[in-house]
Design a protein around this ligand. Structure first.
Ligand SMILES: [Zn+2]
Length: 132
């Protein structure tokens, strides 16, 4: 599938992830349609963990409200892997319960950040889209 992310949105999540490292960072990626990300919507990682993340249900509710108010869609959610590659862990796949959104993973493990999006359904990765 075709998927683009604006430099602004990417820089925003990159800065957030670097700030939160070595903890995992996370958020929603929003846009005017399912193929275009124009905004990083930062979320707090309530796990405060270097290996997994959880959203705060109250913040999730506020995000959904924001999306509706601004006529946007949730293209997907993202989280960082501060020390591991940009691919879903077994837990990431297990927790990817919504086949209608994409799961973005930013890896800070290498010399350069790596950013991919994954379509996950029925407990497996259906598609990988390389973004950065
Ligand atoms: Zn992960």
């Amino acid at each position: 599938m075709q998927l683009t992310i604006t430099d602004e949105a990417y820089q925003s999540l990159l800065e957030q992830a670097r700030r939160d490292a070595p903890m995992e960072s996370c958020g929603y990626l929003l846009g005017p349609d399912r193929q275009t990300v124009t905004l990083n919507y930062p979320m707090r990682n309530t796990d405060q963990s270097a290996e997994h993340f959880s959203f705060d249900p109250k913040e999730q509710f506020a995000a959904v409200k924001y999306v509706r108010q601004h006529g946007l869609v949730i293209v997907g959610n993202w989280h960082s892997h501060p020390a591991t590659p940009s691919r879903p862990s077994a837990e990431d796949i297990r927790l990817a319960f919504d086949p209608n959104i994409l799961y973005f993973i930013l890896s800070l493990a290498g010399e350069k950040p790596v950013f991919n999006a994954f379509a996950i359904a029925d407990g497996e990765v259906k598609e990988k889209i390389c973004l950065r």
